[in-house]
Write a protein that binds this ligand. Structure first.
Ligand SMILES: Nc1ncnc2c1ncn2[C@@H]1O[C@H](COP(=O)(O)OP(=O)(O)OP(=O)(O)O)[C@@H](O)[C@H]1O
Ligand SMILES: [Mg+2]
Length: 501
């Protein structure tokens, strides 16, 4: 590799936003045919650096070279012309257009005679590009009817229609199933062999070790280092990212269990879950495991009143509750933090503080119906500190926060409602290693406060690391229950695929 010339070289890049120095003197060098991981904690500057490269932002200072030639990137079109394609943290396909229309958007070939787009020809050309990424979908279907994994393939196919040489993937696997992730890795390896350069951003350590050749690490907007993946192990990588050692990634804490807080009896939701029964005690974290599509989220949403149950009963602290809506659930002391927190939980134009207290604003009202601002501010500041939310102030508009920091605000929002039962879906998705531990400590704190916590997670080490008890779902059924002491990777996987030990 050393004799090759870099395809992309960024040196001394800096960028400030009002009140934030997002990047300071950052370097990034990428060779053709390699996957370069771009790593760092939430808010480290990864997305900002990539937005500079793709023309969304302009740099304040620094130099960008492509194949040895210095370039100026002003705008997305220019970046594309230089062969750079970005697949954003939030996908940018248009749901109401077809797959083929998305692939050729802005790049349509018009029939010279009729001046119309030849739809049939476009579909055929789209198919050829989809074939290159091994994607079998019909180019004529609407994008809103395909899966997230397929949308990603559409974005990659779209990149291939252009004269692309650098493909940036910003947290590509956060919404993918295991099978889709495997597929994406196959495509990445294929792109590598065709000499594309790939810049890969992810918070999932196993992925980095599996798919990346080299790493570049940022911390607080600064360049920490660059090396071959072979020269680091997990601990070293974490230390580079966080700036200190993280001992004990999963801080388990035993709390003496109290009474049953939530009991679910024979709960069914037509076509989604069937006859699920379990209990959660005060001071307990119940882990919910299972493969993607096994009904974990459906179970949560049925308890939370978002899906209408077809039969079964729910008890909170021994009293039967009637849940027909989300409002009923919240009133009964149940809260649910969705996995797709950005889509379901944020108002992008409002501030960090407003987003955090929006669901709980009534609790700050005094008898004259005016808001006790200082009490509100105290809570907000408290959680900014507790969850290490990186923001210049509580007044910052939430859309300016990094992806991971937005997630933390939503977690704080629900914590402020102080429910009795706390259902949290994929609590650490998109969250960096350091903040993960803080979230686990917070869940432990909820335990100490006597709350019942239900944690749904695809991350087996997280399930094993912090649950007191584990239930496993398979095809909408509960396939088994394991005590912390009896649970291991194998016993969970057996249940997850439907083998009752
Ligand atoms: N448009 C903006 N206006 C103001 N501040 C911004 C803007 N975009 C990013 N920032 C700030 O710049 C810093 C770097 O953010 P960036 O999105 O690059 O982080 P990241 O490394 O991608 O983090 P994550 O892993 O959470 O996605 C953060 O402090 C963020 O709040
Ligand atoms: Mg980001």
């Amino acid at each position: 590799m050393e004799e090759k010339k870099p395809l992309l070289k960024m040196t001394g890049i800096s960028k400030s936003f009002p009140g934030v120095k997002a990047l300071e003197d950052v370097n990034l060098t990428v060779y053709p045919g390699e996957v370069m991981a771009l790593l760092g904690e939430n808010g480290a500057g990864k997305s900002t650096l990539m937005k500079i490269l793709s023309g969304v932002y302009t740099k304040d200072t620094g130099k960008i070279e492509i194949s040895g030639k210095e370039v100026n990137i002003n705008g997305i079109k220019e970046s594309e012309k230089l062969g750079i394609t970005i697949i954003h943290q939030e996908l940018s396909v248009l749901p109401n257009l077809t797959v083929a229309e998305n692939i050729f958007l802005g790049n349509e070939k018009v029939n010279k005679g009729t001046r119309a787009i030849d739809k049939k020809l476009e579909a055929e050309r789209a198919k050829a590009f989809l074939d290159q990424v091994g994607c079998k979908i019909d180019p004529n279907v609407l994008v809103k009817d395909i899966s997230v994994g397929e949308m990603q393939m559409v974005e990659i196919a779209k990149a291939l229609t252009k004269n692309t040489s650098v493909i940036i993937m910003d947290e590509p696997t956060t919404a993918l199933t295991d099978v889709e992730t495997r597929k994406l890795f196959e495509v990445i390896n294929n792109l590598k062999s065709r000499n594309f350069a790939i810049i890969y951003i992810s918070h999932r350590m196993e992925e980095i070790f599996e798919i990346c050749d080299r790493i570049t690490v940022l911390r607080d907007g600064k360049f920490v280092g660059e090396c071959s993946i072979k020269d680091v192990d997990n601990d070293k990588l974490i230390t580079m990212m966080v700036g200190r050692k993280i001992e004990d990634q999963f801080p388990y804490k035993k709390v003496s269990e109290g009474n049953t807080v939530l009991e679910v009896k024979n709960l069914s939701c037509k076509g989604k879950i069937e006859n699920v029964s379990f209990k959660v005690m005060a001071g307990e974290i119940l882990g919910v495991s299972g493969l993607m599509g096994s009904g974990r989220t459906e179970l949560a949403k049925t308890i939370f009143g978002e899906y209408k149950k077809s039969s079964g009963e729910i008890f909170v602290e021994g009293n039967k509750v009637n849940i027909n809506s989300i409002k009923d659930a919240i009133k009964s002391g149940i809260c649910y933090l969705p996995e797709d927190r950005k889509k379901e939980g944020l108002i992008l134009g409002l501030s960090v503080a407003e987003n955090m207290t929006i669901a709980n604003i009534k609790s700050y009202e005094n008898s004259f119906k005016s808001i006790n601002k200082s009490a509100e501010l105290k809570d907000v500041e408290d959680y900014i500190k507790k969850l290490s939310i990186k923001t210049p102030s509580e007044k910052q508009i939430i859309k300016n926060l990094s992806g991971g920091n937005q997630q933390k605000v939503i977690i704080a929002k629900w914590l402020l409602l102080s429910p009795k039962v706390f259902i949290i879906d994929e609590p650490t998705r998109g969250i960096d290693v350091g903040a993960k531990k803080e979230i686990y400590e917070l869940l432990n704190e909820l335990k100490s406060m006597g709350k019942a916590v239900i944690m749904i997670s695809s991350d087996l080490s997280e399930i094993l690391g912090i649950s007191d008890r584990i239930i496993v779902m398979n095809e909408g059924h509960l396939s088994g229950e394991l005590k912390r002491e009896a649970a291991n990777q194998e016993s969970i996987m057996k249940l997850a695929v439907g083998l009752n030990n």
